[in-house]
Design a protein around this ligand. Structure first.
Ligand code: SAH
Length: 245
């Protein structure tokens, strides 16, 4: 009989932010395939599992997606319970949906298990409410990095009236800055750049759209980081503004 694959979100780093469902899946797993950006501290929940690192950073050569697919399939066909552990949430820039589909096409059962995505954790840890009554009526999660190098609709993003949470943006600050300014966003728009969200070495740099590149350079901002762009990124000032409105 085939085994099962859990596509599990490991959260942003802090092991206390794992979901109970993720902990249960890790407990049952016999094989754990570990992605980049997963804090090794979460592996205490699967002490007896076989661990396979399939990350693309940390000096390792990139593990091709096709290889990861085949590995999941092989263990599932051996009847094993496999946990595919991904940073944050498996369905936010995490290929969770693609992998679930691929497994389903081959008759392998899978289950997606939520994790807290880095953008939400980073903002909350810095005291930034991503939505705020009277100030921000929504949130847009967006990646600055596209596989085909196609450009984003910056104008729509700049004028959406929502808080923008940008993933994979560190190497794309120039594009983000230019795109949003051209799209009509004021250069005074507050920006928070949050590195290693929820980890003990989390750092945050507050800036504005106009100054974000210079400030990021001075701060030596490094990946992984998320950018929060919108009035709420000036919290606590944004909260005072909302209260007096
Ligand atoms: N599935 C993940 C996102 C993977 S894409 C999630 O839901 O969080 C990788 C990007 O996520 C990084 O480039 C960075 O923008 C962001 N990221 C992941 N972990 C992070 C962390 N601890 N702090 C800040 N950004 C993080």
């Amino acid at each position: 009989m085939n085994g099962k694959v859990w596509l599990v979100g490991a959260g942003p780093g802090d092991p206390d932010l794992l979901t109970l469902k993720a902990v249960k899946a890790l407990n049952q797993a016999e094989v754990v395939m570990i992605d980049d950006l997963v804090n090794p501290a979460v592996l205490e929940h699967c002490p007896n599992a076989r661990m396979i690192r399939v990350g693309k950073r940390g000096g390792c050569r990139s593990t091709p997606q096709a290889f990861i697919h085949r590995l999941m399939l092989r263990y599932a066909r051996q009847g094993k319970c496999v946990a595919r552990l991904k940073g944050g949430d498996p369905c936010i820039f995490g290929r969770g949906g693609e992998e679930a589909d691929w497994l389903a096409e081959r008759g392998i059962e899978s289950e997606l298990v939520n994790g807290i995505t880095a953008g939400l954790a980073g903002a909350t840890n810095c005291g930034i409410p991503l939505t705020l009554r009277g100030i921000s009526r929504g949130v847009t999660l967006v990646t600055a990095h596209t596989q085909d190098d196609s450009t984003l609709n910056w104008q729509a993003l700049a004028q959406s009236g929502t808080t923008l949470v940008i993933y994979m943006g560190v190497a794309k600050l120039a594009d983000i800055h230019a795109g949003l300014l051209e799209g009509g966003m004021p250069s005074a728009m507050p920006v928070a750049m949050i590195e290693n969200a929820s980890l003990p070495h989390q750092r945050e740099c507050r800036s504005t759209l106009g100054h974000m590149q210079a400030d990021a350079t001075a701060f030596e901002l490094k990946s992984p980081a998320i950018l929060v762009i919108g009035e709420v990124a000036a919290t606590p000032a944004a909260i005072q503004m909302a209260q007096s409105a």
